[in-house]
Design a protein around this ligand. Structure first.
Ligand code: ZN
Length: 343
């Protein structure tokens, strides 16, 4: 089955914008097959972006080229109902979500969301929600994964052994080698406590003979955020420090969730009602986090689990879709087929 489906995905990826492709789209619209959930109501797809940058810089995770981003937004605005997350969730719960609804979200609060994504969003007149890691907003601080990537980008070491991370003579000569090792190290560091992770990153810099830190401020500041808010963008919380919530005790958990909400509300007039779990996989949050979210006025929370959301979906564990296709035709084809298969 998966071989057949993959073939169909591949084929449709290349033909969705052609004449037969357009006929196929019309047919699916007529049947109402696209975007319908298990219970016959419309389903919601929530896109998950991080960084939008010109070109394809290496040692940056989850970045999309600004031109590819514009192509995706163009497709979304021409074929789907792009709405704000804050408007979509109550409509989804009431069973009144318009067909083919999608939301656009960004995680972390990178400055490139203002510099490169915002002009595209304004051009196509679509809203988006940005989830802010509030301790990093307007601060000269770097998210831990960006610190790790920086070390791999600038190191001149050709080989590294780091027993604590299970690395023996890891080759660092070519960029591809370094990228592979960097991804491995990032995954390893997700499994340890914050204190141990920071300790290991310090050791990593030492082991890789890296003395520098990334220079420019690369996160949004509150002035950017106010300007984006004035242009129709909304802001959700993503904790204060980007810690994985399931690792925290009750007190720290509440401080990370409620503290990030209050920090944003000090700068913006509207209440913060949406939340994104750092890392966002099932093991990264638990019922304690959901309870705090419910009780502190959040209306919804998004994960990084893949899929659509129908009316029965837990609004404190909403699925999202990473912007996984760079080729616009394949992007469109996959949107169609994943809607049909309800993936
Ligand atoms: Zn994040």
């Amino acid at each position: 089955m998966s071989a057949i489906k993959n073939s169909v995905l591949w084929l449709t990826g290349f033909t969705a914008m052609s004449k037969p492709g357009q006929q196929f789209v019309k047919m699916m619209n007529k049947r109402g097959g696209r975007g319908k959930g298990k219970h016959g109501h419309s389903s919601l797809r929530i896109f998950n972006y991080h960084r939008v940058l010109p070109g394809r810089p290496r040692f940056v995770i989850d970045a999309i080229d600004v031109q590819e981003f514009e192509q995706q937004v163009k497709i979304l605005t021409s074929c789907f109902n792009v709405c704000s997350l804050e408007a979509a969730i109550p409509a989804l719960q009431r069973g009144e979500l318009p067909p083919n609804s999608v939301c656009i979200t960004f995680d972390d609060g990178y400055r490139d969301n203002y510099e490169y994504a915002l002009p595209v969003l304004v051009k196509y007149n679509v809203p988006a929600t940005v989830f802010l890691t509030t301790d990093f907003i307007g601060a000269q601080k770097f998210l831990w994964h960006d610190l790790v990537l920086w070390a791999f980008e600038v190191t001149t070491m050709e080989c590294m052994t780091f027993d604590e991370l299970g690395l023996q003579d890891a080759r660092l000569v070519e960029q591809e080698d370094r990228e592979k090792v960097a991804v491995y190290v990032l995954e390893k560091l997700k499994t340890v406590t914050t204190a141990r992770r920071d300790e290991l990153i310090t050791m990593l810099y030492d082991r890789m003979a890296v003395n520098s830190r990334p220079q420019a401020s690369y996160m949004l500041d509150w002035q950017h955020i106010r300007e984006m808010s004035d242009l129709g963008m909304t802001f959700g919380a993503h904790t204060k420090s980007h810690v994985i919530l399931s690792t925290l005790d009750d007190e720290a958990l509440e401080e990370e969730i409620v503290g990030s909400k209050k920090a944003i509300e000090r700068h913006l007039p509207s209440p913060v009602t949406s939340f994104a779990y750092p890392n966002g996989r099932k093991d990264d949050f638990d019922e304690r986090a959901k309870k705090i979210l419910r009780e502190s006025g959040f209306q919804c929370a998004v994960t990084t689990d893949r899929g659509l959301n129908d009316r029965s979906q837990d609004v404190y564990a909403l699925n999202r879709t990473a912007a996984w296709e760079r080729n616009p035709y394949r992007f469109y084809g996959r949107l169609l087929l994943e809607g049909i298969f309800n993936l």
